[in-house]
Write a protein that binds this ligand. Structure first.
Ligand SMILES: Nc1nc2c(ncn2[C@@H]2O[C@H](COP(=O)(O)OP(=O)(O)OP(=O)(O)O)[C@@H](O)[C@H]2O)c(=O)[nH]1
Ligand SMILES: [Mg+2]
Length: 457
């Protein structure tokens, strides 16, 4: 019997029993082909599960196609049990077998070369004698093995399967690749430790590594939300016009730009979250963000972002001073001042009256006017809407197995109830933080405030 230096598991069984689904879920890899078409996996493919503290490999394989004939071939080429390993090696090396029993050669090769066996069956279908040749062939390999009962539709035949499998495998476990959450996945990995004592240390380190990775994914998720909150609460869109009527007419365009920006920003945050959990291929749809109706504002504006007073005093100084002094006078609040501002304003005269300012022009450009402005949102509920929407998808994503390729949607989600699960201090801290955000004040420990929400189950 050969043993690989690093833990390696070949996932084998009948076609269409969820082998690829199990590999996909355990390796967090959603690129693995899964379908209800029997024979989807045609070649043995190795997937590496990496952590900072080591790695193990899962080998997805095609299902047994002609196990009875393969067993017959093996029996015909073997005198006694001591020759079985040698006969199996002859089987996988024989060009004739490679042609005639392509799937069996594919699936047995990694096992003969040192991988342990994970034998997958469907607990919603009855046990049958046709599986016995497969299990017998696997026993011939002498490799450590475990049976996994996947209750694809239900668990109706799990007991029946358990008593049959116990005769061939030391360990029999129930594992549903569509439902097993992260803790169940870790639990399964911990049982692999008993399959081969030589792999115990690495597997223990790998499980610790996976748990640590899960913790950092959570921290990164919180940071994604914190940045999203800050951005959405601070965002504003504006468009300058010369007259108030013109500015008011711009309202629909500005509103559209604003809404689009907010939508894209939220969408990007969810994409970031999906990528963090290796779910980049998962489709999702977001409901429209309900924005408060009172967001539009039409306000006066002045050149270079200065207010009326600053502009007047800047112009006053400019009348008697150089561009350099002008920059100093307004503390460099506009880059343009140094380049075109100084000379031009100076040239227009020492003082531009405050009331005539809006009509004053430099080289045909107005010095002021009105602007259509949307945002930032001051509604105190808004940050909670953002948190609730994000958290709802977060909870779906962390519980979505990689074998499960469904689309994520926003259904009704009672965020209020989630908030009530927090202790008073945590809730208060979130309220205060959100209050500061809508008042355009910074919140230093936003990640820390949000953490308790991410610890909810
Ligand atoms: N609902 C549900 N469906 C499952 C489960 N496991 C597998 N399936 C479905 O069963 C079908 C076969 O799954 P695969 O993972 O492709 O099976 P396989 O054993 O790799 O199949 P082959 O590569 O063809 O041998 C797919 O349609 C899966 O969606 C499960 O636990 N629950
Ligand atoms: Mg497959």
């Amino acid at each position: 019997m050969k043993t690989n230096t690093h833990p390696q598991f070949a996932v084998v069984g009948h076609p269409n029993k969820g082998k690829s689904s199990i590999v996909s879920t355990l390796s967090h890899d959603q690129s693995i082909a899964i379908s209800n078409r029997s024979g989807t996996t045609e070649h043995a493919t190795t997937y590496t599960v990496e952590t900072h503290s080591g790695y193990y490999e899962l080998i997805d394989t095609p299902g047994f196609q002609r196990p009875t004939r393969v067993l017959k071939w093996l029996n015909e080429h073997c005198q006694n049990a001591s020759e079985r390993a040698k006969t199996l090696y002859e089987f996988i090396s024989s060009p004739q077998c490679q042609e005639e029993f392509r799937d069996e050669v594919e699936l047995l090769t990694p096992i003969v070369n040192g991988a342990a066996i994970l034998y997958v069956v469907d607990g919603s279908r009855p046990y049958g004698v046709e599986y016995e040749s497969e299990m017998e062939i696997l026993r011939w390999t002498g490799q450590p093995s475990m049976a996994l009962i996947n209750p694809i539709e239900n668990g109706q035949f799990v007991d029946e399967w358990s008593s049959a499998l116990a005769q061939y495998f030391k360990s029999v476990r129930l594992f549903n690749p569509f439902n097993a959450d992260f803790d169940k996945q870790i639990e399964l990995l911990k049982t692999f430790v008993y399959l081969n004592p030589q792999w115990a240390d690495s597997l223990n380190r790998i499980t610790d590594g996976l748990v640590n990775k899960r913790h950092s994914q959570k921290s990164e998720s919180i940071t994604i939300l914190a940045h999203l909150l800050e951005d959405l609460c601070a965002h504003q869109t504006h468009q300058k016009a010369v007259t108030k009527t013109q500015a008011t007419k711009l309202k629909p365009v500005v509103m559209k730009n604003y809404t689009q920006w907010m939508k894209t920003r939220e969408h990007n945050a969810i994409e970031e979250l999906l990528a963090l959990y290796c779910h980049s291929k998962t489709a999702f749809s977001l409901k429209d963000l309900d924005l408060p109706p009172d967001l539009f504002d039409c306000e006066e504006w002045y050149a270079w972002g200065l207010n009326k007073k600053q502009l007047v005093s800047a112009s006053t100084i400019a009348g008697a001073a150089s561009g350099a002094m002008l920059d100093a006078a307004i503390a460099g609040s506009s880059l343009m001042m140094g380049t075109i501002g100084g000379g031009l304003i100076g040239a227009t005269g020492a003082w531009i009256g405050a009331n005539s300012l809006l009509n004053a022009r430099i080289k045909g450009l107005p010095l002021g006017g009105f602007q259509a402005k949307i945002g930032p949102i001051t509604n105190r509920n808004f940050p909670f809407v953002v948190i609730g929407r994000f958290l709802h998808l977060y909870q779906q994503i962390i519980n979505l197995n990689h074998a499960d390729r469904r689309m994520l949607t926003q259904s009704t989600f009672d965020f209020q109830k989630q908030l009530e699960l927090l202790d008073t201090d945590a809730r208060k801290a979130i309220f205060n933080g959100c209050n500061r955000l809508v008042k355009q004040k910074s919140v230093n420990n936003l990640d820390e405030l949000l953490l308790p929400l991410f610890n909810l189950k």
